[in-house]
Ligand binder design. Structure first.
Ligand SMILES: C[S@@+](CC[C@H](N)C(=O)[O-])C[C@H]1O[C@@H](n2cnc3c(N)ncnc32)[C@H](O)[C@@H]1O
Length: 237
């Protein structure tokens, strides 16, 4: 797939179906495993607790879904939702190896812009590296607001453009000089070249806060992490 300035939902679905076989290995190698810490922080910030019914939207291969499942325990329920079936197959295969089984996870093929869940259904929600990829952020936030119970939270982890020019230049260098070549070794050059333009277009933390409030959330806070190269947006209904 050639590098474009505008990606449709179908393009994005195709990219994530195609990268599914290498996605986990790249995440672990490129972040030196630190993404697990950020993902655990995201679950904590969602406020999920034992026995809750939770959503992990844009779950991909299910890292956050698994952490959320451990957080809510066997009395809870976690739905991992994504629109790329290859990612969901991978996610299901990964939990098949876990003992005792996390059988309170359900995998659902769903579009983040049109969620197949009732209003006021979830006690908490997470989304990791998904908001930057949806084609309509206000609509995705409105859907999250709709499916959460009153006072429930969603914690949204994603890349962020740091305020410091020096750190931003480091981030751009890292993506171009380390991430894309590493992906190229695995035959995924074009798919990972998509990362930098998607980050250029992604709203800043302050803009994300405003988008959250516009979607109807009563409280919105953006927590920069990793020197501002990542961030977690926490929204309360
Ligand atoms: C970068 S991956 C993140 C996966 C996982 N949450 C993680 O943190 O490792 C983004 C995921 O968002 C999904 N996605 C993008 N747009 C979507 C949409 N409109 N509806 C559902 N899933 C979507 C992709 O299929 C992909 O699996």
């Amino acid at each position: 797939m050639p590098i474009k300035s505008n990606y449709t939902s179908t393009d994005i679905q195709a990219i994530f179906n195609r990268i599914a076989p290498v996605y986990d290995r790249l995440n672990n190698d490129l972040s030196l495993g630190i993404h697990w810490v950020w993902k655990q922080m995201t679950v904590s910030w969602s406020g999920a607790k034992s026995g809750d019914t939770c959503l992990d939207l844009c779950c991909g291969s299910g890292d956050i879904t698994q952490l959320m499942a451990k957080q809510v325990g066997a009395k809870g329920t976690v739905i991992g939702a994504d629109f790329a079936p290859a990612q969901l197959e991978n996610a299901a295969a990964r939990i098949a190896d876990i003992y005792p089984p996390l059988d309170w996870i359900n995998w659902v093929e769903a579009d983040a812009l049109n969620l197949p869940f009732a209003d006021n259904y979830f006690d908490a929600a997470t989304m990791g590296y998904g908001l930057r990829n949806v084609t309509d952020i206000p609509r995705c936030l409105a859907e999250l607001h709709r499916v959460l119970k009153p006072n429930a939270k969603v914690a949204i982890l994603d890349f962020h453009r740091p305020n410091s020019n020096l750190v931003r230049r480091f981030q751009q260098w890292y993506l171009a000089a380390i991430v894309v070549p590493k992906a190229a070794q695995l035959g995924m050059t074009d798919e990972y070249a998509y990362l930098n333009p998607s980050l250029d277009r992604f709203p800043t933390g302050r803009e994300q806060v405003q988008l959250g409030l516009d979607a109807g959330f009563s409280h919105a806070t953006h927590y920069p992490i990793a020197s501002g190269m990542m961030g977690v947006l926490v929204l309360t209904k």
